[in-house]
Design a protein around this ligand. Structure first.
Ligand code: ADE
Length: 229
């Protein structure tokens, strides 16, 4: 049957959902715990996957072995698109890995040899996420490319690079790893990120100040999606 999986990188990104998980059962794997249960009557797998692409890929693999048929990533990101403000939401069109560089062998920046230059999110999950985002009061949602890498971006120069080289809307550390694993399995995914900072010189301060609050926005979107899936 259908099984929706929801991943966040950090406790703040999943805790409200986890608190409401009914008939919860914990599945322990090396490096991560998955929680199975029902959220608003919908059977789900929910997990804090940890930070970075390796943790995200590992967690996604475990989720697939436990029968995940659709995957939603929820969390916070640094805004790259110039229109994005703290608190806004990005729904992924697709994901890239901005820290992959095999240009010395003539592959385009961001391309893993033999793989697609970007991983496309599922059109249905995207549409449902946008609709649900529209119902979160005071929140602006934008569709765009999610750039992932094992780096916290905190400089104008890096933001400029992500914008010009990739046309990225936001920067985070997991989405494209989830996307790459999902693509291999033919499992649809979407990434929903609320903007906690604008990835510039103030990113560190803004992130600490706004992350816990704005993480709620992405979770509210996930909640809104459950009724529609
Ligand atoms: N997550 C939230 N803000 C981020 C940033 N500036 N870079 C990478 N990941 C982030």
């Amino acid at each position: 049957g259908a099984m929706l999986a929801i991943i966040g990188a950090m406790d703040e990104e999943i805790e409200v959902l986890l608190a409401d998980l009914q008939a919860r059962e914990d599945l322990t794997f090396p490096g991560v715990t998955l929680h199975r249960g029902a959220l608003d009557g919908v059977p789900v797998l929910l997990t804090r996957g940890g930070i970075g692409k390796v943790n995200a890929a590992m967690t996604t693999t475990y989720l697939l072995t436990q029968g995940a048929t659709r995957i939603i990533f929820t969390g916070v990101a640094g805004g790259v698109h110039p229109d994005l403000k703290v608190g806004d939401i990005v729904v992924s069109t697709d994901c890239v890995q901005h820290d992959v560089d095999v240009t010395a062998l003539n592959y385009p920046i961001g391309t893993v040899p033999g793989e697609t230059p970007s991983w496309a999110a599922d059109p249905i999950l995207r549409a449902v996420a946008l609709e649900a985002a529209g119902e979160v009061p005071g929140v602006r949602a934008l569709e765009g490319r999610v750039a992932s890498g094992d780096q916290f971006i905190a400089s104008r120069d890096e933001v400029g690079r992500l914008w010009t080289a990739f046309g990225a809307a936001c920067a985070e550390m997991e989405g494209a790893a989830v996307a790459q694993v999902c693509a291999k399995a033919g499992v649809p995914f979407v990434v929903i990120r609320s903007v906690s900072d604008t990835a510039d010189q103030d990113a560190q301060v803004d992130y600490h100040e706004f992350m816990p609050q704005v993480a709620r926005h992405a979770k509210q979107v996930v909640r809104g999606m459950l009724a529609r899936l």
